[in-house]
Ligand binder design. Structure first.
Ligand code: ATP
Length: 255
C-alpha cells in the first residue's frame, strides 16, 4: 500500500500543531516519525487513522483520497495502535484481540478468525494470559495486547504511535521486528512514531523528523538522523558509533 501526505496541516482551535507536511511511504516500507514532545507526530498519525480531519491538505491511500473511502474499508486496511489506548475493563485478552477481526467477520467468528487471533497472541508472547481481564495487566502487557489486536486485524497499513513506550528491551525489539517483517512479507506499509532514535535508525526505510509542527528533514535514516539535525531539533549533542552491529547514536549532553 502507498500512502501519500500532501501539505497536511492540523489545527486545534487557533493553534497550528502541524503545518504543511508532505511525505510518502511505499509498499513494503517502514517510515518512522521522530521529533521532540509536541512536535506533531501523534497529530499526523491521527489524520491518517481518520481520528482527526486535517485542516489543510490531504492523505491518499493508493492514490485515493482517504476521506472518500468507506469507513468499513478503512477498518480493514488501517491498523492503528494509539498512544493512549482505552480498553473495556470487563473484557479479557482473548476478546480484546478478537476485536481486531471485527472488520473481517461477516456473520460469526470462524475457525480462521480464531487461528489468526491465536497466532497474534503467540507472536506477542501473551497466549498464556488469554483469559486474564484487561485491568489485571501491567502497562506493557496491555500494550502487547493492543499490538496483538492490530496484528489480528491483518491490515495493509500499520500505524503505530510509540508502540514500544511501555515495553522492556526485548519486546521493543520484537515488536518492531514482527511488524517490519509482516510489512515486508505482505507488501503492506508501516508508519511508526518513535522516541528512540536508535530504533528509528535500525528499523526504518525512511525517517520523517518533525520540529514544531513542520517537517524538518525527510529521507534515508542515515541522512536524517545526523549529529547536526539532532543538535538542531532536540538541542542534544551526540556522537555516532559505527560498529559491526551497525550505527548507533549516543547522546552526550543537552545544550
Ligand atoms: N486535543 C488537543 N487540543 C489542543 N492541543 C492539542 C491537542 N492535541 C495535541 N495538541 C497540541 O498539538 C501539539 C502537537 O501534539 P502531538 O500530540 O501531535 O505531538 P507529539 O509529537 O506526538 O508529542 P509527544 O512526543 O509528546 O507524544 C502539541 O503542542 C499539543 O499540545
Amino acid at each position: 500500500m502507498r500512502i501519500r501526505l500532501d501539505n497536511v496541516g492540523v489545527e486545534y482551535g487557533k493553534y497550528k500543531a502541524v503545518d504543511g507536511v508532505s511525505f510518502e511511504v511505499g509498499p513494503g516500507e517502514v517510515l518512522s516519525i521522530v521529533g521532540p514532545n509536541g512536535s506533531g507526530k501523534s497529530s499526523i498519525i491521527k489524520c491518517i487513522a481518520q481520528v482527526l480531519k486535517p485542516s489543510t491538505g490531504k492523505v491518499y491511500l493508493d492514490g485515493r483520497d482517504i476521506s472518500s473511502i468507506d469507513l468499513n474499508e478503512i477498518a480493514k486496511l488501517v491498523g492503528y495502535v494509539p498512544q493512549n489506548f482505552h480498553y473495556l475493563f470487563f473484557s479479557n485478552v482473548m476478546e480484546t484481540v478478537l476485536l481486531g477481526r471485527k472488520p473481517h467477520i461477516r456473520w460469526r467468528v470462524t475457525q480462521k478468525d480464531l487461528d489468526v487471533v491465536q497466532r497474534a497472541l503467540d507472536m506477542m508472547g501473551i497466549a498464556h494470559m488469554a483469559g486474564k481481564f484487561m485491568d489485571e495487566l501491567s502497562g506493557g502487557e496491555k500494550q502487547k495486547v493492543y499490538i496483538a489486536r492490530t496484528l489480528a486485524q491483518e491490515p495493509q497499513l500499520y500505524l503505530l504511535d510509540e508502540p514500544t513506550s511501555n515495553l522492556d528491551l526485548k519486546h521493543q525489539i520484537e515488536v518492531l521486528e514482527i511488524t517490519r517483517r509482516l510489512t515486508y512479507e505482505k507488501n503492506a506499509s508501516m508508519i511508526v512514531a518513535l522516541h528512540d532514535l536508535n530504533l528509528a535508525l535500525r528499523y526504518s526505510d525512511r525517517v520523517a523528523m518533525m520540529n514544531r509542527g513542520r517537517l524538518y528533514a525527510y529521507g534515508k535514516p542515515e541522512d536524517v538522523l545526523t549529529i547536526q539535525n539532532i543538535n538542531d531539533v532536540y538541542g542534544v549533542e551526540t556522537f555516532i558509533i559505527e560498529s559491526d552491529y551497525g550505527r548507533y547514536i549516543v547522546p552526550i549532553r543537552a545544550k
